[in-house]
Design a protein around this ligand. Structure first.
Ligand code: SF4
Length: 352
């Protein structure tokens, strides 16, 4: 099946063999193709900046093998209850002041309890009121919970597929791949934008990386944001001794994601702390156009905001404006145009 979208046809019928064919391209050919697609759909010299805050940390009942927040692994993480709204607002203000356009809030839950929803709704309203785009990741969502968050103004909901359908059972046993698809469907049906991606470097094979991207690209509608994470090997998790993934294979995954989902934001997510600047620059060349811009990603370290800004400056890349800022710029431009047209009409009237 093909999905048509304004100027370009978007596909959601990719076969794994076609995707593996892209992975197998000579590196320069793959990067060139990805950069070409990127330029057709985005300003290649802009990157969207998101800040991620953990609003409830640790003690998660799920068993995701990569995650230091699972209660099943002894990672020395200090668990914290749901954050007070004042702290969330303060963090969101700081994120906005440092240039972020989106504020993501994450809670280590299997799924939110209905009793937590009013506090969550209040956080969404307050953060949105600051002019930031809002995103949350709270685990599985029922259709009624998704509708409530959407009604409160939540722009994006993150729920990752994590890996291929076939490899999934090696990583998580406490929720199924289908559970994830159901949450994504509830999110999409509620009118919110979907943020969904996965993690590479967990011992999966290339066919699984292709399978992850196939799962994302063949959703009824492509996710609006696609975070691609490199495993952060946290001591105490079952993955602490996992072998490193070849950095070129990571870059290939970004490039293939860009080609399969031309209009989605591809986010260079966890694992950036371990990537040197050259590798990050190549990821932008491969089509990544979003990063997490904060010192910590929930519980794992991330490059300092300052060093990110310096890197973007050296690469001639600017932070993308939030949709609220773009709307207000557009309104201002429309107003200027309307005034200019009025003046022209007036002159024309006087001259005739
Ligand atoms: S990834 Fe999310 S659901 Fe899985 S253990 Fe960590 S916090 Fe829980």
């Amino acid at each position: 099946m093909m999905l048509t979208n304004e100027s370009q046809t978007l596909r959601n019928d990719w076969s794994r063999d076609e995707i593996l064919g892209l992975f197998d391209l000579p590196f320069n050919d793959l990067l060139f193709q990805a950069q070409t697609v990127h330029r057709q759909n985005f300003n290649p010299n802009e990157v969207q900046l998101s800040t991620l805050l953990s609003i409830k940390t640790g003690a998660c009942p799920e068993d995701c093998k990569y995650c230091p927040q699972s209660a099943r692994y002894d990672t020395g993480l200090e668990k914290e209850k749901l954050m007070q709204i004042e702290q969330v607002i303060e963090a969101a203000k700081a994120a906005k002041a440092s240039g972020s356009s989106r504020f993501c809030m994450g809670a280590a839950w299997r799924s939110p309890h209905d009793r937590d929803i009013p506090a969550i709704e209040a956080m969404i309203r307050e953060v949105k009121g600051l002019g930031l785009e809002t995103c949350m990741t709270l685990g599985m969502l029922s259709d009624t919970q998704a509708d409530k968050l959407s009604d409160a103004g939540l722009d994006y909901y993150n729920h990752n597929l994590d890996t291929s359908k076939e490899f999934y059972g090696d990583i998580i046993t406490t929720r199924t791949y289908q559970d994830r698809l159901d949450t994504l469907s509830n999110v999409r049906n509620s009118g919110m934008k979907v943020c969904s991606g996965g993690i590479v470097g967990m011992g999966e094979e290339q066919k699984d990386r292709a399978g992850l991207l196939m799962g994302l690209a063949n959703l009824p509608k492509h996710p609006d944001s696609v975070p691609i994470n490199m495993l952060v090997k946290v001591a105490g998790t079952p993955m602490e001794t996992e072998e490193d993934l070849d950095p070129f294979e990571f870059l290939r995954t970004i490039a293939v994601a860009r080609i399969l989902m031309p209009k989605s934001y591809v986010r260079l997510s966890a694992g950036r702390e371990e990537m040197n600047e050259q590798m990050q620059a190549m990821a932008f060349m491969a089509g990544a156009n979003s990063i997490f811009y904060c010192d910590k990603l929930l519980t794992t370290p991330n490059p300092k905001a300052n060093s990110d800004m310096q890197l973007l400056k050296r690469l001639g890349i600017s932070p993308e404006k939030s949709s609220a800022e773009k709307d207000s710029q557009q309104q201002e431009a429309d107003l200027h145009q309307a005034i200019a047209e009025q003046k022209t009409d007036h002159l024309f009237y006087r001259a005739s």
